[in-house]
Write a protein that binds this ligand. Structure first.
Ligand SMILES: Cc1cc2nc3c(=O)[nH]c(=O)nc-3n(C[C@H](O)[C@H](O)[C@H](O)COP(=O)(O)OP(=O)(O)OC[C@H]3O[C@@H](n4cnc5c(N)ncnc54)[C@H](O)[C@@H]3O)c2cc1C
Length: 388
């Protein structure tokens, strides 16, 4: 009997966890490793919530991927009898004169069959009186989207992976010297306890740590940036800023602010999507900046006037694993054909986890090649062009 293909997946966040589960479901023997565990406090998939939306601008692969992810989130929710996607709807406020991004999103949403409505400012004012719509020209509302449970769903994926026969270990890969790569393929991994793990294929889904593991290939392409998240406490008994009365929202003006209304008794979550300074995901101290807090408070006072004096009740610091063009990286390692690199979520990867994991599993099991838009070579082409 032919033995099963053995695949090692390093990283049990949104990208690695779903990949491991899909590989297992396609008949592979899978070993999943994580240094600190799924959705840990250092990981980009950590924390409580993430936005699920399909609005992504013109000419991009993400609306289609989000549509597939929506179907898969639903499938696994049914299978596990648990809810991960809170369908509060997502309201995208267009507060920039230049609405090319949003205009371009509409046909993509239509094509991907993600339900949406275009809303006029008077419509929005009537529906959500707790928002000041000054400077908002129009909006896109996606009723079947909302927010996802982040850390909890990562854990559920790993629990299911183990229950279906996958091998999970909380241990780190200490180094991947590609000196280990023989004739174009990696033979084994060295783990933090000094042991070695041998597999047929390796997937590295190490989020903000990918550049550290592959400094030559990804060191300059994946930049972890510090992102501060704030939770404000609404007045006692006031439910206008909870998910019962407010959708997830994004406000696309000079900056991009976004928020998730308090669910599960948490505060009103608000963040500025502007990329922060470079951040060390292992040793960085997770303390928010006073300057960002000031900017966020000013924004809230303007857009959500009743929350003007709301106290800060919690904060979080996470990091984006930012690529130069904000697109993901899905590719084979240039020197080792059995090594796959999966990452570069760039602040928008979580929602796609189930669909990206499915795609990664199909590529490995069918010996396929990634879409050119996600290959590493796109950056060398750009460098050559800019030198020309
Ligand atoms: C503040 C913030 C807000 C965001 N908002 C959204 C949003 O609203 N919607 C959305 O879709 N996305 C959002 N994102 C982006 C999304 O969360 C990330 O793109 C996604 O979680 C990345 O997942 P990952 O699996 O690549 O990385 P991670 O979750 O970081 O997983 C990598 C894992 O690898 C492990 N690891 C690393 N090195 C090693 C090693 N050497 N050995 C073993 N294990 C190792 C780590 O412990 C970690 O668990 C947001 C991100 C942040 C930080």
């Amino acid at each position: 009997m032919k033995s099963k293909l053995h695949i090692a997946v390093v990283g049990a966040g949104a990208f690695g966890g779903w990949t491991a589960l899909h590989l297992l479901e396609r008949g592979a023997r899978v070993t999943l490793l994580d240094a600190w565990g799924p959705g840990n406090s250092r990981a980009s998939s950590g924390g409580e919530t993430r936005i699920m939306r399909g609005t992504y601008g013109p000419d991009q692969p993400y609306t289609e991927l989000a549509a597939r992810a929506l179907k898969l989130w639903q499938k696994y929710e049914r299978r596990w009898k648990r809810q991960f996607l809170h369908r509060t709807g997502v309201l995208w406020m267009v507060s920039s004169r230049d609405d090319e991004y949003e205009r371009g999103s509409l046909s993509m949403l239509r094509q991907a069959q993600i339900e949406f409505r275009e809303l006029s400012t008077p419509d929005m004012k009537k529906r959500w009186p707790q928002i000041n719509f000054e400077d908002v020209h129009w909006g896109i509302y996606e009723p079947e989207c909302g927010y996802l449970d982040a850390r909890a769903s990562c854990q559920a994926v790993v629990d299911s992976f183990i229950a279906e026969g996958g091998g999970y270990r909380q241990i780190a890969v200490s180094a991947v010297g590609l000196d280990d790569a023989g004739k174009g393929s990696l033979r084994s991994l060295t783990l933090s306890d000094g042991s070695r793990l041998k597999a047929d294929h390796y997937v590295f889904a190490c989020g903000p740590w990918l550049g550290k593991l592959f400094p030559e290939t990804l060191g300059r392409l994946i930049r972890p940036t510090k992102q501060d998240i704030f939770f404000f406490g609404p007045p006692a008994g006031d439910s206008r800023f909870t998910d019962a009365h407010l959708p997830v929202w994004g406000d696309h003006g000079k900056r991009f602010f976004y928020g998730i209304p308090g669910g599960d008794r948490r505060g009103f979550k608000v963040a500025d999507d502007t990329r922060g300074r470079v951040f060390d995901p292992t040793c960085g101290e997770r303390v928010v900046s006073e300057a960002t807090l000031k900017r966020v408070r000013e924004y809230i006072a303007f857009r959500f006037p009743s929350m003007k004096d709301a106290p800060l009740v919690e904060t979080r610091v996470c990091q984006y694993e930012q690529t130069p063009d904000s697109n993901f990286i899905v590719d084979r390692h240039p020197q080792a054909e059995n090594v796959w690199l999966l990452g570069g979520g760039s602040g928008h990867g979580f929602k796609h986890g189930p669909a990206l994991g499915e795609m990664m599993a199909e590529l490995i099991m069918k010996d396929g090649e990634a879409d050119v838009r996600w290959r590493i070579s796109r950056f060398s082409k750009r460098q050559k062009k800019s030198k020309a």
